[in-house]
Write a new protein. Structure first.
Length: 207
């Protein structure tokens, strides 16, 4: 897989472009707003007695549940652990979205992170912080119940697999100083607008 390694003048980490910040923040806010609005509507409009309303016949129904664990209600007795892990994973996705030179990858990672952040907002309503439950209301075949944020996350992960299968590089990697020096000595670098770009193989295609 082709790699494009973008370096700051003094380190292998580079300040992010303003346009990329705006893209990631915009996607995250839109997904978060849609998810939170649909959750509020579900809580206020769906029957409070837990009875299900059909959306796609009996296959997909609507009823409100509260999930204190991870996906499929796993670790429901360790909510704070799930919250911390969710925060760490979302942070990693946001950093990668901001650092990748590939706008498609940035958008997809921002979608996944946005869905994760919205569920973290639910968990943050607990007392103490991080012990709250995620609001779920879309029941799929009676197997599991999710929300709109989960839909965005699943779609985003599916697109990630498609990008990987198509060989589209993420283009983010950290190098040792010796690796950087060797690449510079071999002439496989160019000074760009936002720092130093090191090219390996067909890495130019990733920019």
């Amino acid at each position: 897989m082709a790699l494009a390694i973008k370096l700051a003048p003094q380190s292998t980490w580079h300040p992010f472009r303003v346009s990329r910040w705006l893209l990631v923040i915009f996607i995250g806010l839109i997904i978060g707003a849609v998810d939170q609005v649909t959750k509020a509507l579900a809580v206020n409009l769906l029957p409070s007695n837990g009875s299900a309303l059909p959306l796609l016949g009996s296959w997909v129904t609507l009823h409100v549940t509260h999930n204190s664990g991870a996906a499929l209600s796993l670790l429901d007795s360790a909510t704070i652990v799930v919250t911390v892990l969710s925060c760490l994973l979302t942070l990693v996705l946001l950093v990668l979205a901001l650092m990748t030179p590939n706008s498609i990858w940035a958008g997809v990672l921002a979608v996944i992170a946005g869905g994760g952040l919205s569920n973290i907002v639910d968990r943050g309503r607990g007392n103490p912080w991080g012990t709250g439950a995620v609001i779920d209301f879309i029941d799929y075949f009676g197997w599991f119940v999710g929300n709109v944020a989960d839909v965005f996350v699943v779609v985003g992960v599916a697109v990630v697999f498609v990008l990987m299968l198509r060989g589209m590089p993420l283009g983010v990697v950290w190098l040792r100083r010796a690796d950087v020096a060797a690449a510079l000595e071999s002439g496989k670098s160019v000074h760009g607008k936002h720092g130093v770009y090191i090219f390996l193989d067909e890495a130019k295609d990733a920019l």
